[in-house]
Design a protein. Structure first.
Length: 322
């Protein structure tokens, strides 16, 4: 099904040529494994994570799902800040197939530095070696430990915001569903940035972005198939794997949902926000014109990137009362 894609923002389009030198439009498992072997992106050191001493940084192994290995949490807490502080529980992206608990953490640290908040970033097992439910169960186990032990590292268990981008956005949405359904402590809010929600991969935006941009329809098929195997696209898929499958979106924490108009995930993100409203919930939706997947990370100086990044901290302030 050939469909005309929406245009890229001119500033973002200029960055695509540079991106294409490093990230193919269509991701393969072979490329992902190569990236894992090389290390994804720039590895932040403990000193860089500490932001000139603003955060104390530690990595802690906490109990994983029953019968499974421990989960590694990267904890960055502000130093010499009195009282219990909000917690941003960060779930990294990477299409379910790459990444670790340092991936994509820079934005969360930026927010936390402004809010004097704690960042807890979870490492989860990756597909296809560890298919569903391993990733979401790791994320859930790390969240439950964080909620139960927040005061040990200066965190307020009543003010935990869960956040993630791309695959991390999908896992964050799934975490909100699991916390509701398992009667765990509820997060105060959920931040779903360009979230990977729907394994069916058949929306108009998925077809529009076939072969172009960042994380196209074929890449999406690779990621979902790695997670779900032959169950992908069938009625066997759990809502905790693909939150778009959830029939009931009531009783969830307020959501910020953020997506570009020129990316695969546009329509599933918009539909998810609409269904939260239809269920009587609270969601703030941003669709950034001409934005491709993860645009503000690839082209942070573009005007639309600045606008997108600039909308998140005010949402957190309103939610947290900071």
């Amino acid at each position: 099904m050939a469909m005309t894609p929406p245009p890229f923002d001119p500033e973002l389009a200029a960055a695509l040529a540079v991106i294409a030198e490093h990230v193919p439009s269509t991701i393969t498992l072979e490329w992902a494994r190569q990236m894992r072997a090389q290390g994804v992106g720039v590895k932040l050191t403990a000193e860089q994570l500490g932001r000139d001493g603003f955060f104390a940084v530690e990595e802690r192994a906490v109990p994983g799902p029953p019968g499974d290995p421990d989960v590694s949490l990267l904890i960055c807490r502000p130093v010499d800040v009195p009282g219990l502080r909000p917690v941003i529980y960060h779930v990294h992206g990477g299409g379910m197939i790459i990444g670790d608990n340092r991936t994509g953490i820079t934005a969360a640290l930026d927010w936390a530095q402004e809010l004097e908040a704690v960042v807890v970033s979870v490492e989860y097992r990756l597909a296809p070696e560890y298919p569903h439910p391993a990733p979401i169960e790791d994320v859930y186990a790390g969240y439950v430990w964080t909620a139960e032990h927040a005061e040990e590292f200066g965190g307020d268990p009543e003010r935990i915001v869960i956040s993630g981008g791309s695959a991390g956005g999908g896992l964050t949405a799934a975490l909100a569903l699991l916390a509701r359904d398992r009667k765990a402590r509820q997060p105060l809010g959920q931040m779903l940035l360009f979230p990977m929600l729907d394994d069916q991969n058949d929306t108009p935006s998925a077809f529009q972005m076939a072969g172009i941009g960042v994380w196209d329809q074929a890449s999406n098929e690779v990621g979902w198939t790695a997670l779900l195997g032959e169950d992908r696209g069938t009625d066997k898929v759990s809502e905790y794997a693909a939150p778009a499958r959830a029939e009931d979106l009531s009783g969830l924490p307020p959501a910020l949902i953020d997506v570009g108009s020129a990316e695969t995930f546009r329509d599933e993100a918009v539909a998810y926000a609409s269904r939260i409203w239809q269920a009587g919930g609270v969601a703030e939706l941003h669709v950034w014109p001409g934005g491709y997947h993860g645009f503000e990370g690839f082209a942070p100086q573009a005007a639309v990137s600045q606008a997108a990044s600039g909308a998140r901290l005010p949402w957190l302030r309103r939610l947290l009362g900071e």
